[in-house]
Design a protein. Structure first.
Length: 142
């Protein structure tokens, strides 16, 4: 499968909270961090998702927000993965920031050059990637 989504994270479904219309699906990554996705109940069923099954999460790089100082900050965003900045590639207006989260998994964010400067992003710096559960697309291998 090829997609335009930069972030493709594999793991195992650790829990499913069923709802009348939407389900909340938790996918645990190999390093123990968890991604939460909101899917329609029919999507959960058609993908055959159940606790313990393999799944992957797709997140567009433009949907990822980066934080470098989370002390005292509480977000409504369920997904918050902490890692180390491995690379920042600057463009004319935006930059591509790559964050390595546990187990060597790469997570990419597209942010403005001003944000790179304001956050002091550079290789080796700790950062947290945040994204909404509704921004996660879940898939399984056929």
């Amino acid at each position: 499968m090829f997609t335009s989504a930069r972030n493709q994270l594999s793991g195992k479904v650790s829990s499913i909270q069923r709802g009348a219309v939407n389900d909340e699906v938790a996918i645990t990554l190999p390093d123990g961090q968890v991604i939460v996705a909101i899917l329609t109940h029919s999507s959960t069923e058609s993908l055959g998702l159940q606790a313990g099954s393999d799944a992957f999460a797709l997140i567009k790089a433009s949907s990822v927000i980066l934080l470098t100082d989370t002390a005292g900050i509480r977000l409504s965003t369920r997904n918050q993965l902490t890692g180390t900045v491995s690379e920042v590639v600057k463009g004319a207006v935006n930059s591509e920031a790559k964050l390595t989260v546990g187990g060597g998994t790469l997570l990419t964010a597209i942010i403005t050059n001003d944000s790179v400067q304001n956050l002091g992003l550079a290789a080796g710096k700790t950062a947290t990637a945040a994204f909404k559960a509704s921004s996660v697309i879940v898939g399984v291998k056929a």
